[in-house]
Design a protein around this ligand. Sequence first.
Ligand SMILES: Nc1ncnc2c1ncn2[C@@H]1O[C@H](COP(=O)(O)OP(=O)(O)OP(=O)(O)O)[C@@H](O)[C@H]1O
Length: 228
Amino acid sequence: MLVLQNVNKQYSSITAAYNQCISLEAGNVYALLGPNGSGKSTFMKMIAGLVKADSGQIFYKGQPLSCESKADISYMPTESYFYSYMTPKDISNYFSDFFADFNKDRFYAFLNDMQLPDNLKAYKMSTGMLAKLKIAVSLSRSSGLMMLDEPLNGIDIISRERMAATIAANSGPGRIMIVSSHLIDELEAVSTHAIFIKQGCIVSAGSIEELRNQTGLNLVDQYKRIYA
Ligand SMILES: Nc1ncnc2c1ncn2[C@@H]1O[C@H](COP(=O)(O)OP(=O)(O)OP(=O)(O)O)[C@@H](O)[C@H]1O
């Protein structure tokens, strides 16, 4: 459903050369793993069309990326992107104006589940509340390809497990979910596949079960073996 062929992005500090063909299938949750600066966000931003690859090609549902395909692809950045004066209620109006697939009922159900008030301005929210709000906004769209960049950052340990489970519960047969995180334990519990990135290159990828069988290690120990 999503194919990257020899995609390459050159920055002065690093060449992100995802120098192989990788294919991602609907129904799966991909844990995108790697240390700081390894190229996880760049990988997602190229798929979202926010960073232009210098070479290589990206195909979504059999077609090169286009305006139509981008309408079905969502990317949640690491940073908070809300206007400080907006409440969740304002944010739901704002996003439903921007995105035809934004479902307000689903958004309010997430607010309720996450115990976020709909009338509190963003500047009054804690880091964790803003992180949950970003997840609520992202999951309220019906994109076929959903990418969440470090969604668990700033969320307390109890809520984190719930948030990870909520993300996994919103994957499905018609959707590819790609989630980056340094919280590998939480992510392993809810992912079907893992992609390890090192200095801009994919160094290992596959289903979590396959990778466990091949290496005899859980994801944390595979991570240590690759990067330590
Ligand atoms: N706009 C940019 N201009 C120049 N270099 C950039 C730019 N964006 C990213 N980079 C470089 O590309 C490399 C990969 O960055 P990226 O943000 O993709 O890493 P990451 O794996 O998401 O890191 P982290 O875990 O810290 O978020 C880094 O060396 C970074 O400095």
